[in-house]
Design a protein around this ligand. Structure first.
Ligand SMILES: C[S@@+](CC[C@H](N)C(=O)[O-])C[C@H]1O[C@@H](n2cnc3c(N)ncnc32)[C@H](O)[C@@H]1O
Length: 344
């Protein structure tokens, strides 16, 4: 009697062990499979689509002074602003710019040597650094998505034309455009190999075009609803940054969405060479640029990223305000940051 009871317990235990083993195997295999074949593109795209919001907000269109800076996605007020005086953007700047050949040669070298890194294996061509990876650009995609919606309402148009100066490796942008079919896209870059790659790779997309240009030297020959200037100015000399903004101001385009670093206290001249990435951070609201505050701001890069990258939206033509390099603090993305702006 006792031995039969013991046998029943032993069989139950055996089944239990087999079940645990099977469960363990299935779980482990799935995790190993994920680790071996990371399908990160899909994960990132799902994250991006999930963040997409329907908006009924319009952007300001008159050239009046900005009195508050709002969050580009939620519309909530980020900060108030009271400039004493503002005038049309003036590109004159005391130091000299860089020679076109030297500038082009530097960016070709960075491209050829993959000098900015950011190669995470999620795409065939990765040449524009970590900020251009799908992972890093999630918030940029969300911001752009929201702004395209708002522009369609503001301009009462079904389609929006975007000029991307500079397009770089097109990793996140190609995903964005595949979903956002109401955008007519033009991408420029100073690296001709990148442009040739995109012309070939995206030749079936009739409303995407690519041109080899130096945005410092070459004036823009068309106007666009939106000019995108993401993670590019930080690689140029101050004089050349002013020249790019001047070219955009004279293009007759309507809005500019540009990278800016509000936590930067001084805009320094570019001294780093290609061995150190040829860059430093630039705050578009400070001397010598002194743009009036943007219409809206949104974080660029993952939450908690130390770089304090932001995208700001400005109306074109852009205006400058008197500079006082005022320091303020505010809560942005659950983080207290100091920011430096041109407001009085
Ligand atoms: C860091 S990548 C950013 C690319 C892209 N905007 C993004 O968000 O992924 C900077 C790009 O700017 C290009 N670039 C730099 N100076 C330029 C200029 N003067 N004219 C056109 N392209 C330029 C570089 O070749 C590079 O592809």
């Amino acid at each position: 009697m006792q031995s039969r009871h013991a046998l029943r317990i032993a069989i139950t235990l055996l089944f239990l062990l087999i079940a645990i083993r099977l469960f363990w195997q299935v779980t482990c295999n799935r995790e190993m499979g994920d680790a071996e074949v990371p399908n990160r593109n899909i994960i990132y795209e799902v994250r991006y689509v999930n963040q997409t919001m329907v908006t009924n907000r319009k952007l300001p269109i008159e050239k009046q002074t900005i009195t508050k800076v709002i969050n580009c996605i939620t519309g909530g007020t980020i900060r108030n602003h009271k400039p004493s005086k503002f005038e049309l953007f003036d590109a004159t700047y005391k130091t000299k710019g860089e020679d076109h050949a030297k500038r082009q040669n530097d960016f070709v070298m960075i491209y050829s040597l993959r000098g900015w890194g950011g190669i995470d294996g999620t795409a065939d061509l990765q040449a524009s650094g970590i900020g251009s990876t799908l992972n890093y650009a999630q918030e940029a995609m969300t911001t752009l998505n929201s702004i395209v919606d708002q522009l369609k309402l503001t301009l009462k148009q079904d389609r929006i034309s975007i000029l991307d100066t500079a397009c770089g490796d097109m990793q996140w942008m190609s995903r964005f455009l595949t979903i956002r079919t109401d955008v007519d896209y033009t991408g420029l870059d100073i690296v001709n190999d990148l442009i040739q790659h995109h012309k070939q790779t995206y030749k079936d997309h009739f409303n995407w075009s690519f041109f080899h240009k130096d945005i410092v030297k070459d004036p823009l020959d068309k106007s666009y609803d939106l000019v995108l200037l993401r993670m590019t100015l930080q690689h140029l000399r101050l004089h050349d940054i002013m020249q790019v903004l001047d070219n955009i101001n004279h293009s007759g385009s309507k809005y500019l969405l540009s990278t800016t670093f509000p936590a930067v206290r001084n805009n320094e001249e570019l001294t780093k060479d290609i061995s150190t990435g040829r860059m430093r951070y630039i705050n578009l609201e400070l001397e010598p640029i002194r743009l009036q505050p943007p219409i809206c701001f949104y974080r660029d890069g993952p939450m908690g990223d130390k770089e304090n990258h932001y995208l700001g939206l400005w109306r074109i033509p852009m205006f400058q305000v008197n500079n006082c390099e005022k320091e303020e603090t505010l809560m942005l993305d659950k983080k207290m940051i100091s920011y430096y702006c041109a407001s009085k």
